[in-house]
Design a protein around this ligand. Structure first.
Ligand code: ZN
Length: 158
């Protein structure tokens, strides 16, 4: 296993829609193990493959890895909470997200899984699925907050 370098700020891989995983082979299994180690080494609660420079639809959470995760339903109230991101170190912003979601995905053995999540796990899943769709978290800010965010972090060249 290896701790991988985390891509940051305006790297292109963070802005690209990641590709579906066609087959869970040794390469994907190794990617998952390395991502889990990288997430833990950085005290993260989730990590998406584009964040380590791999444009594939793979995410890892404390509860395990999901391959080709798909948000089949979003519901509940949309709530604000503070989020951080390993690709945007030191930046914490309030983002509005759905409180309840339903996910379909594959686990690392290739078994189809389907489950509901609520509260913080739902928030983390939406954040990570945004990553594999090439959407950085500040894109979820409202228009005015986005302008303020860009002014404040102008030096990062978004
Ligand atoms: Zn993130």
């Amino acid at each position: 296993m290896a701790i991988l370098e985390i891509k940051k700020f305006n790297e292109k891989v963070l802005r690209r829609r990641a590709e579906e995983v066609k087959e869970i082979n040794d390469e994907i299994r190794k990617l998952v193990l390395d991502m889990e180690e990288t997430m833990r080494a950085n005290n993260g609660v989730g990590l998406a493959a584009p964040q380590v420079g791999v444009s594939k639809r793979v995410i890892v959470l404390e509860s395990g890895a999901l391959i080709n995760p798909y948000l089949v339903r979003r519901g509940g109230a949309k709530l604000f909470d503070e989020e951080g991101c390993l690709s945007f170190p030191g930046i914490y912003i309030n983002i509005k997200r759905h409180n309840k979601i339903k996910i379909e995905a594959m686990d690392v053995e290739g078994k189809e899984v389907e489950f509901e999540a609520e509260g913080l796990p739902a928030r983390i899943l939406q954040h990570e699925i945004d990553h594999i769709d090439g959407i950085p978290f500040f894109n979820r800010l409202g228009l005015w907050d986005k302008i303020k965010f860009k002014l404040r972090h102008l030096s990062l060249k978004f």
